[in-house]
Write a new protein. Structure first.
Lengths: 266, 347, 298
């Protein structure tokens, strides 16, 4: 609460969001907001519309109804390549890493939108360019240390195990200095222990950096242990919004997930 | 000796060898080395665009020609000094690259290849018709550079040593290539180099991460065509005379062969590729007397040197693409890894 | 000065050849997403083989033609199964350069084997022409249009009604699914290249008919056909064929009228006019007029 007694504006405000592909309604009238520093999750069974929602947030699609407001600005005006500049970082489900490049170089690419030196200063290796490089290297190495990957900084990322690659992606997102972090099914395709490691890392990132995080995830256990608030979707509609405890007790949510195995950690 | 000292020694030896090289060989090979160095600069530029940034371009011949004609006009018609027309050729070609670059923003892969092929045809058409600059189908002459008392046309004598026309060109080409390689090496290690690699690998992901894809691609075009422009001007000046039909698709393909065979996105690849693409036909020509199936223009033989070379490097292009896409540099790396592994395995 | 009717007729004849060349490109592209940059050289190979068989082999034209087509198809097949097969799934650049490599090799091999002097294509019509309403229509051009139509209709029927035609369409849409339903991809690709070789031979032989002669530069014509396929859209056979006819007519009309009305565009502007048109179209529609944007996974 600020001195006037009002809560600060939400980082993300989704209002009556709708997405149609022809006759198919992927999303209908979805509304929620995410406060600053919150760890928010979107869950739902397959086909519920999680991916569509995520793609709308990442500006892959334009909504057919409603709007998304980021820090007071309508996101309709943002193209995907402007996300970084707007303070939004995202991870990819099938890894957006550059396979032949080293771990460090991959993370460094995340600093691109903060770099100012052009071809002349870089090509001539002028002091200003070198200083900028040094600062960026420092930021990248710091991020790698944060995710525990300092010792593989020089290795080509394509050869590393999937769990490690996921962590490189997270480091790269961090180094972009985002205000909003969008995670696309961060534990998809992982073993139980890998899932717990990544969940722990996300928790640490959230705790230490105070970032606003929105994650879309299928795995109930991970979501319940991480999120502060959860949005449950089914058939493109909101079925419940609330704390993990509230969501788990919700009849509609249980019905939607009937027959799906829960993780014991929930 | 520390690693750094060993490095410095290697570089010094290399520099001395490179500088001394032309003085120790006959005129034929001297000329060949000049062509190799000039082509290497052009190939270095193409590598920035295709090898590092992943943009297919078969239009390199156009930029080489543009540089040649810009240099020729400024030096031959306006009689400006080489210290002006050589860089200006690069600038002119670079500007053209900036104009062509944006097409790569809309087009991918095959379509970009076809448009760049079109660029070569349109370029040849323009070159033939702008007779004031190109001399029309008959061609035009280009001046030899002269920097104060050092006149490339006549050679230069200092003390008792005479540096001939060829040797002067060689040294200038060597200098330009060295500067080019230094520039590219700095670029490689900078954020721009990473941005280029990101655009090459996964353009969409790069964009979302904040890489300015449009600016990166256009920059790559500008750097690539500027280098081609300088190389084209030097090439034309050394040849002495150029005609519009020589800036053809085959020339563009030769440059692509250079970077593929040499090794893309590597610092030495372009030079190695140029050594092969220029040096091999030169070698064939040199020994064509003793190889009966080669006809050396004097009658006899089954196949001409130029045709034999084309068949061979077309074939090698195919072989390298299938087996070792990272070119000779890739081969060397593979052998080195093998050797390191053997050494590690040996008791 | 040739009349409009004559220019139009020549344009249609030229367009028929471009349509054939475009068909050669699209057959391969639709089956395997490869643009065969060596199509022009296959054209030359077919034409030279036919011509040589007529002049040195003393074969009647039609026999030479058939053997020439088979020979070209054989070379195409060898390249596909000996080289391209091993490059499946490689990036665009690799595929482009592989076919350009073939083009480079054939470009030198053909004049070496056959000699680079100009010669006749061996057809029996020479310069003879039919006269209709005072317009002279060279017989070879009439036959060009006929042959092109035969090939096009034949190919259309093959595509629509034959087992292999269906298989090719399936392979183009989804190679994995095609494999899953038992379509023999290797044979489909091979068939596409064989067809392209045959089509190239037809195009090459007729291209070198009156008033042209046959020399190695005939292979450059294929590059003039690119605007045709781009205009029509690479993955649309009808589009490519239509594009071929359009470009042919554009070229002849430009050649006929440009020197008089727009001479500032330079000598022989008709040679680059198709490219200028193509580039203009691509800048507005990056996948051609009728082409479709390939889906990109993020």
């Amino acid at each position: 609460m600020n001195p006037t007694g009002q809560s600060p504006p939400p980082v993300l405000d989704v209002v009556s969001l709708g997405l149609r592909f022809g006759a198919v309604a992927a999303l209908t009238d979805v509304s929620f907001s995410v406060a600053e520093g919150e760890l928010f999750a979107v869950i739902g069974p397959n086909g519920a519309g999680k991916t569509s929602l995520f793609n709308l947030l990442c500006r892959v699609y334009d909504p057919t109804a409603g709007r998304i407001v980021l820090n007071g600005l309508d996101m309709i005006d943002l193209r995907p390549h402007q996300l970084a500049g707007a303070g939004v970082a995202r991870t990819f489900q099938n890894l957006g890493l550059f396979r032949p490049l080293s771990v460090l170089d991959n993370v460094l690419v995340g600093r691109e939108h903060l770099m100012r030196c052009g071809t002349v200063r870089s090509g001539l290796s002028l002091p200003s360019a070198r200083r900028e490089e040094k600062a960026n290297h420092f930021a990248a190495l710091e991020a790698l240390e944060f995710v525990g990957l300092s010792d593989v900084a020089g290795r080509p990322v394509g050869l590393l195990p999937y769990g490690v690659q996921k962590r490189v992606e997270l480091a790269r997102a961090l180094v972009m200095e985002p205000r909003l972090l969008l995670l696309d099914e961060p534990v998809a395709g992982m073993s139980r222990s890998e899932r717990m490691e990544i969940a722990e890392l996300v928790r640490t990132i959230h705790g230490r950096r105070g970032l606003t995080i929105v994650l879309v995830e299928h795995d109930m256990g991970t979501v319940m242990s991480l999120a502060q608030r959860v949005l449950a979707l089914d058939f493109g509609r909101t079925i419940a919004v609330g704390t993990p405890a509230e969501i788990q007790a919700n009849d509609d949510v249980i019905r939607a997930y009937l027959g799906q195995a829960h993780e014991a950690s929930a | 000796m520390s690693r750094r000292q060993r490095r410095a020694l290697a570089v010094t030896v290399l520099v001395i060898a490179a500088v001394a090289l032309p003085f120790g060989v006959n005129a034929y090979w001297r000329a060949t080395f000049v062509f190799i160095l000039i082509a290497a600069l052009g190939a270095l530029g193409l590598d920035v665009l295709t090898g590092r940034t992943g943009q297919i371009s078969l239009g390199h011949a156009f930029f080489l020609g543009a540089g040649a004609y810009a240099g020729g006009y400024l030096g031959g018609n306006l009689h400006l000094n080489a210290v002006v027309w050589i860089p200006a050729a690069g600038v002119a070609a670079g500007i053209l690259g900036a104009l062509v670059g944006p097409t790569a923003l809309r087009l991918r892969g095959l379509y970009l290849a076809i448009v760049t092929i079109g660029l070569v045809f349109i370029g040849q058409h323009i070159f033939v018709n702008v007779t004031a600059i190109s001399g029309g189908p008959g061609g035009r002459a280009l001046p030899a550079p002269s920097f104060g008392p050092v006149n490339f046309a006549t050679g230069y004598s200092i003390g008792g040593l005479t540096i001939s026309h060829d040797e002067l060109y060689y040294l200038l080409a060597l200098l330009l290539l060295a500067l080019g390689m230094l520039y590219v090496r700095n670029l490689e290690r900078s954020h721009l180099g990473r941005a280029m690699a990101a655009v090459r690998e996964r353009e969409l992901a790069a964009a979302v991460l904040g890489v300015h894809v449009a600016r990166t691609k256009v920059t790559a075009f500008v750097i690539s065509s500027a280098m081609a422009g300088v190389a084209g001007a030097m090439y034309a000046s050394y040849l002495g005379f150029v005609v519009p039909t020589q800036w053809d698709l085959l020339l563009s393909i030769e440059y692509v062969v250079m970077i593929v065979v040499g090794g893309m996105a590597s610092l030495w690849g372009p030079l190695l590729g140029a050594v092969f693409v220029i040096g091999f036909p030169a070698l064939l020509q040199d020994v064509s007397g003793s190889l009966p199936f080669l006809s050396n223009g004097l009658g006899g033989g089954v196949i001409s040197v130029s045709d034999a070379s084309a068949v061979i490097y077309g074939g090698l292009l195919i072989v390298f693409l299938l087996i070792e896409p990272r070119g000779v540099v890739g081969l060397v790396t593979r052998l080195r890894t093998l050797a390191t592994r053997r050494r590690a395995a040996a008791p | 000065m040739r009349t409009f009717a004559q220019l139009l007729f020549s344009g249609l004849a030229l367009g028929a050849i471009y349509a054939l060349i475009a068909l050669g490109f699209t057959v391969i592209y639709r089956a395997s997403r490869v643009i065969n940059f060596a199509q022009g050289q296959l054209l030359a190979l077919g034409a030279f083989t036919t011509s040589w068989l007529v002049s040195s082999g003393k074969l009647p034209f039609w026999a030479a033609f058939v053997i020439g087509a088979l020979g070209t198809a054989a070379v195409a097949l060898v390249f596909q199964s000996g080289v391209l097969r091993f490059a499946l799934g490689r990036p665009d650049f690799t595929i482009v350069m592989l076919t350009l490599g073939l083009a480079t090799v054939l470009n030198s091999a053909i004049p070496t084997a056959f000699g680079d002097f100009p010669r006749t294509n061996g057809d029996p019509w020479g310069a003879s022409a039919a006269h209709i309403y005072g317009v002279a229509l060279p017989w070879v051009k009439i036959w060009t249009i006929v042959a092109a139509l035969v090939v096009l209709v034949g190919f259309f029927a093959f595509n629509r009604y034959s087992k292999y035609g269906l298989a090719m369409r399936g392979a183009a849409l989804d190679p994995e699914a095609a494999l899953a339903v038992g379509i023999p991809l290797r044979r489909v690709y091979a068939t596409a290249w064989v067809l392209a070789g045959v089509v190239a031979c037809v195009g090459g032989v007729f291209l070198a008919g009156y008033p042209n002669t046959l020399d190695p530069t005939v292979s450059n014509v294929a590059f003039l056909a690119f605007p045709a396929i781009i205009l029509g859209g690479i993955d649309s056979t009808t589009g490519a064929v239509l594009g071929g006819f359009v470009i042919g007519v554009v070229e002849e009309l430009t050649a006929g009228y440009q020197p008089q009305y727009a001479s500032w565009l330079g000598h022989n502007f008709y040679l680059v006019a198709p490219y200028v048109v193509m580039i203009a179209v691509l800048l507005v529609r990056p996948y051609g007029l009728f082409g479709t944007r390939p889906a990109e996974r993020l």
